[in-house]
Design a protein around this ligand. Structure first.
Ligand code: ATP
Ligand code: MG
Length: 332
């Protein structure tokens, strides 16, 4: 089976609907056709300051959420990035292959460093797309399921792979992004032109999978829409309503057109109230399952250990090829 690879940062107490609908949902669907490797990006998380105790807890909560949403540890390797040292090791080699100007063009760094200013941002935040390239290339995956915000990083990954293959010897496979168009960008409920983000959205703009469902229902009901009354998909004129339609359609499987028809002449109030019910129905069992999994940390740790072992077996082989090809002496 061809491999699939993706990761997610443990940077919040819960994943949100952007993560789920933009990326994680696809992880679940890939498990039969591909051999998947899914990791919790703890090393990416520390590109901004983290409280160690909080980070540790969030890593475990993240793993529990992946299992709760349907990632099957028998089919998929689930692991912590820091448990497979080859990620950081290949990351260094790729940094030496990346131009400074090339790294500078990454727009996520511009976005993420905007708040505190570039001078206050860590060098790790600057080079994180290169570590991400290493995360991916180690597994020689056919596909990398991500949201639209990661497209530029995947381009960099392909460029670095190509450069290495050309300069030394064909070593890496050029991975394709696997981006679901319809849900590639879920936006902030309060600011419907910005992406819903763990680190950038205000609490009311985010629907978290693990929030009290009542809180999520309320956030949906008070989502920003426009001054009109027509439930219609139009990302230019009606960014807020369109985002809600996207979420509604993704959760129920109803087409956008059929939802527009359903709410014709009924106004935003009804629409938001019923979407809130759909959301509650979705998150309630998910949340219960996650909390259950967290009660048995021993099993969770076992899943992570076996995931890391499977991942390392693949990653170390690639790293050995890389070290050999760049001219490092093999330890005897
Ligand atoms: P952070 O703010 O810490 O970067 P994030 O919310 O961007 O967090 P990540 O862990 O960086 O989440 O991303 C995990 C996955 O979720 C990635 O594949 C990313 O493309 C996807 N994703 C994140 N936000 C959205 C969104 N608003 N819509 C669709 N996909 C998203
Ligand atoms: Mg992100």
């Amino acid at each position: 089976k061809p491999r699939a690879l993706s990761g997610i940062q443990p940077t919040a107490d819960s994943f949100h609907f952007g993560n789920y609908l933009g990326a994680l949902r696809q992880w679940v669907d890939l498990q039969d056709e591909y051999e998947p490797f899914f990791f919790i990006a703890d090393q990416h998380a520390i590109t901004v300051e983290q409280d160690p105790k909080v980070l540790r807890e969030r890593c475990l909560v993240s793993a529990a959420q992946l299992i709760a949403m349907g990632i099957d540890p028998d089919k998929s390797a689930i692991f912590m990035q820091s448990h497979v040292p080859a990620h950081a090791q290949l990351g260094w080699v790729l940094q030496c292959l990346t131009g400074f100007g090339e790294a500078r063009r990454m727009t996520q760094f511009k976005d993420k460093s905007a708040k505190g200013g570039e001078g206050a941002a860590s060098v790790g935040l600057f080079t994180y797309p290169i570590l991400q390239a290493a995360d991916i290339l180690l597994y020689r995956p056919a596909v990398v399921p991500v949201g639209e915000d990661q497209r530029q990083h995947l381009e960099l990954t392909r460029d670095l792979a190509q450069r290495f293959n050309h300069r030394y010897k064909k070593t890496f496979r050029l991975p394709d992004p696997y981006i679901l168009k319809a849900t590639a960008k879920i936006t902030d409920l309060q600011e419907p032109t910005a992406k819903m983000s763990k680190s950038a959205s205000s609490p009311n703009g985010i629907i978290n999978l693990l929030d009290d469902p009542k809180v999520s229902a309320k956030k949906i009901r008070s989502a920003v829409t426009d001054s009109g009354a027509e439930v219609r998909f139009d990302t230019e004129e009606k960014a807020g309503v369109s985002n809600l339609l996207t979420i509604y359609s993704a959760l129920t499987g109803d087409s956008i057109a059929s939802l527009e028809e359903k709410y014709e002449g009924r106004g935003y109030g009804d629409f938001k109230k019923e979407l809130a019910e759909v959301v509650v129905e979705f998150v309630t069992p998910f949340r219960n399952r996650t909390l259950e999994l967290l009660e048995d940390k021993a099993t969770l740790n076992q899943v992570l250990a076996s995931g890391a072992e499977r991942a390392a077996a693949v990653a170390e082989r690639t790293l050995a090829d890389v070290y050999d090809r760049v001219g490092f002496v093999q330890p005897q």
